[in-house]
Design a protein around this ligand. Sequence first.
Ligand code: SF4
Ligand code: SF4
Length: 91
Amino acid sequence: MQPLGTPFPRNPAPTVGNLPNSQAVPGGGKLTARVEAMRCMGCALCLNLCPVQAITLNLTAVVDQELCIGCSACVSACPNQAITLAQGATR
Ligand code: SF4
Ligand code: SF4
């Protein structure tokens, strides 16, 4: 038992390259985020959570497929389930 006042240990912040859900797919591809525009309400929550700034807002969220590392942070955060991970996603 730790004495009162002992700081609670925190996990180190993830950095690009060791994110737990970074998704490499056999065959050289990768999983990246895809936005279903009809479900996106433009709340910008995902933009602020993306660790590599791969998402921009153009009425709806748009994912830069080159930058996305497939960490799934945006998938978990979206209140409208507008984002999924897919191989070879185009948007
Ligand atoms: S969190 Fe979801 S609803 Fe909000 S901007 Fe991103 S994709 Fe759209
Ligand atoms: S999965 Fe979402 S949060 Fe993660 S890098 Fe790709 S766009 Fe950004």
